[in-house]
Design a protein around this ligand. Sequence first.
Ligand SMILES: Cc1cc2nc3c(=O)[nH]c(=O)nc-3n(C[C@H](O)[C@H](O)[C@H](O)COP(=O)(O)OP(=O)(O)OC[C@H]3O[C@@H](n4cnc5c(N)ncnc54)[C@H](O)[C@@H]3O)c2cc1C
Length: 304
Amino acid sequence: MEKNFFYNKLKEVLTESEVKRNEPMSLHTTFKIGGKADYFVKPKTMEHLVYAIKCCKENDIPYYIIGNGSNLLVSDKGYRGAIIQIYKNFNQVEINGCRVRAQAGILLSRLARLIMEAGLEGFEFASGIPGTLGGAVFMNAGAYGGEMKDVVEAITVITHQGDLIELPKEALELDYRSSILQKEDYVAVSIDLIFKEGCKKIIKSRIAELDDLRRLKQPIEKPSAGSAFKRPEGHYASKLIMEAGLKGYSIGGAQVSEKHCGFIVNKGDATAKDVIMLMEHIKNTVKEKFGVELEEEIKLLGEE
Ligand SMILES: Cc1cc2nc3c(=O)[nH]c(=O)nc-3n(C[C@H](O)[C@H](O)[C@H](O)COP(=O)(O)OP(=O)(O)OC[C@H]3O[C@@H](n4cnc5c(N)ncnc54)[C@H](O)[C@@H]3O)c2cc1C
């Protein structure tokens, strides 16, 4: 009864295609794992996004923002609340000299191409990360010596009260795989970035080189959520896992990648429980053998 009330409240403003019920999260995560979310909301406009958030707050419905779900493990039991997906509908980009303002839902690969086309350098590192710009700021995503911290100038967020405010770089607390967004209940909607002028041909070949390297070193052909663990101080998680003898080790359908031990891959029928049990096993084995505590990089959502 109460659930219908919330659904109807959403539908007072959002259209049929913007709200689904009982949506399998395996369809919206790169791991291809996850049970059903009670509500799956995909707002088409900023007004609808703000409305959806306010509606959740006013009706005490928990909500969780996702981008492309490429750093996410959702429980087999799904999520009791509303998943609000930013990916796809929020993808506008304005380029002004060396400055770029982009909406949070754009994929990094597409944005990297546009930035390259504009002859700007400094975003090549992000072109192969399969997430959205919002998710990348949340995680301070990085690769091959670059990270979001190097290029972000400011972000615009929706606050707890549903207001839009701009946060300058100094307020973002961008650090290794962490940002203010992980502490505050903010939703990133637009990001200001800065680059240097460069040579389009060189930028293009750098992107191709990094893409090749990724294809060679990472199991990108299998479902995963990227590196399962953060890099521990003074070590590499993948090296520790390999040296612990866990290369290829499986629990159920979850496996330590044979190509890159930092990745856990879904062999096809993995459950979230398989992945969590495998992560626990890896953590315990690495701790026992090397005395190093591994910390998850992947975000876990829902009860398990
Ligand atoms: C094959 C593969 C390779 C990868 N390689 C890398 C790599 O080289 N470097 C790296 O850093 N990561 C890598 N990742 C992990 C992942 O792609 C990044 O963390 C990415 O930035 C996540 O973006 P997303 O849009 O998919 O976020 P999601 O997975 O959807 O969400 C991740 C977190 O961000 C939050 N979030 C998402 N969007 C917003 C928003 N607009 N406002 C507020 N919070 C938000 C979510 O609530 C969640 O907690 C890889 C993943 C895969 C599958």
